[in-house]
Design a protein around this ligand. Structure first.
Ligand SMILES: C[S@@+](CC[C@H](N)C(=O)[O-])C[C@H]1O[C@@H](n2cnc3c(N)ncnc32)[C@H](O)[C@@H]1O
Length: 158
């Protein structure tokens, strides 16, 4: 891991323990509905068999999207993953870095990253991993800095 990943783990676990992470503006019901609609529009309805969320935290994206048959979440923080696993016992969560995903090539129909890519010091390496694990024609859905846009736009949906 790296200093930046360690800092990410420390900050997110502290926010979670203080009950602050759960209050992030992107968790508002109107944003959850919007993210759900966007993912469904861009995917294949019920044809997504395998879905991976990278930087899944405590499982936000799974509050938005449950249509895939098999779902996986990856995060560098074991504290965030524990919380996610409590909420979604049927989803497989793995402790790993976005720079080296513990999956084979071409495994996924859909990869998502939400409120996550802006936390990376090496986005290119993450994109390489996304491309590697996506099957040809698979979809990549991402949202960047949703909270800052949410706030600066007067709390409209992102
Ligand atoms: C702002 S949170 C977003 C969590 C979730 N996607 C959401 O929307 O609520 C960013 C997450 O990225 C994780 N993270 C940061 N750097 C990472 C890396 N290099 N690999 C995997 N996870 C990482 C953190 O532990 C944290 O859970």
């Amino acid at each position: 891991m790296s200093d930046i990943i360690d800092a990410n783990i420390e900050v997110h676990e502290a926010l979670l323990a203080a009950g602050e992470y759960q209050k992030s503006p992107h968790r508002r019901p109107e944003n959850i509905a919007k993210v759900a609609r966007k993912i469904n529009e861009q995917t294949y309805g019920d044809k997504v068999i395998k879905h991976l969320d990278i930087g899944c935290g405590d499982g936000f994206i799974f509050e938005c999207y449950r249509n895939a048959k098999l779902q996986f979440g990856v995060d560098a923080s074991s504290g965030m993953l524990r919380e996610a696993q409590k909420k979604f016992p049927d989803i497989e969560f793995l402790l790993a870095s976005a720079y080296g995903l513990p999956f084979s090539d071409c495994e996924f129909d859909l990869v998502t990253c939400y409120s996550f890519l802006d936390h990376l010091e090496n986005r290119t390496q993450c994109y390489k991993e996304v491309l590697r694990v996506l099957r040809p024609g698979g979809k990549f859905f991402f949202g960047l800095s949703p909270n800052s846009r949410f706030i600066s736009s007067g709390c409209g949906t992102v």
